[in-house]
Design a protein around this ligand. Structure first.
Ligand code: ADP
Ligand code: MG
Length: 293
């Protein structure tokens, strides 16, 4: 079976561009599972968007991830907290294909084995990643930043090429509204505040229509107001995509998790505790390793 059927942009493949991908997908055995998945769709028929089981990553014998297991439901906004060095960023590196695990399973939905895919293929499959530092095109207006981000996604752009004007414009306007930068659309991105740049970068990720958004300490360096505005933005994105947010700022985490949202506490490369924020804050191990006395 041709593995292409599981990719994001099946209509728009240059076979020479992607010569490797066929092999990767053929290796992944996805065809054996017998699911009929719509081309480009992630199979969330079991309610899971991300599945990690016993993932281990060693750097020169040091285990940055140590049998890490974690499941994220489709549509969930999961907060991950934990001390420095717990392996949070390494976990995101594994999910996005930047780091290959020594062992363990990493699946997007039921069928996509991320350990068999490279970084571009994983991004195309629908995982967007926000790094700590905003990376926007400073010399370009906000509007153009979103336009460029859309063009970077071959499939979406190609589909719209014939009728780019209106639909693309509508998507950009919708995104500007979501990130609350409507009135800054014509300003140069370089003139924005740190918080606005962070929101713009999230907007750029949204232009690629991710199914799962990974955000690594997105509130770092933000003022309190900017932090709360970011929390409002992420809460508004619920239902649009699943999210995993790594963060230290406990007020921010509280604003995202609410009373019922699940929070994962990592330490020393695995899950130390899991539950509502109130639950995990009460756990002795969490108090000792992370929250302090
Ligand atoms: P966190 O994001 O939770 O602070 P990291 O995932 O960045 O933790 O790091 C986990 C551990 O792995 C740390 O001890 C870090 O020094 C180590 N580490 C991370 N990346 C590398 C690397 N490329 N080479 C060697 N050690 C690394
Ligand atoms: Mg980190």
């Amino acid at each position: 079976m041709n593995g292409h059927i599981l990719l994001n942009d099946p209509l728009n493949h240059n076979p020479f561009d992607d010569a490797l991908k066929d092999d990767e997908l053929a290796l992944s055995g996805v065809a054996d599972l017998g699911h009929v998945v719509e081309p480009g769709a992630i199979d969330i028929s079991h309610g899971t968007i991300l599945y990690l089981e016993d993932v281990t990553v060693s750097f020169d014998g040091f285990r940055a991830l140590n049998k890490l297991s974690l499941v994220i439901d489709a549509g969930e906004l999961r907060c991950v907290i934990g001390p420095n060095g717990a392996g949070k960023t390494t976990m995101m590196d594994v999910i996005t294909g930047k780091t290959a695990p020594d062992s363990g399973k990493v699946f997007l939905g039921q069928t996509l084995d991320l350990t068999r895919m490279n970084e571009p293929a994983i991004a195309r499959a629908g995982i967007g990643r926000k790094f700590q530092k905003p990376t926007v095109f400073e010399q370009h207006p906000v509007w153009e930043n979103l336009e460029l981000a859309m063009k970077a996604d071959k499939g979406w752009f190609a589909t719209l090429r014939a009728r780019l004007g209106r639909e693309a414009q509508a998507k950009i306007e919708e995104t500007l509204e979501v990130i609350r930068l409507e009135s800054d659309a014509r300003r140069l991105a370089g003139e924005l505040s740190h918080g606005q740049k962070q929101r713009l970068e999230i907007g750029m990720l949204l232009m690629q229509k991710p199914q799962l958004l990974l955000l690594d300490e997105p509130a770092a360096g933000m003022t309190d107001d900017e932090t709360m505005e970011l929390a409002t933005l992420l809460n508004r994105l619920r239902g649009t995509c699943s999210m995993m947010v790594v963060e230290h700022d406990m007020e921010f985490v509280a604003a995202l998790a609410g009373e019922t949202g699940r929070v994962t506490v990592m330490a020393e490369g695995s899950v130390l505790a899991h539950g509502t924020l109130e639950d995990v804050k009460r756990e002795e191990a969490v108090i000792e390793s992370y929250l302090g006395r």
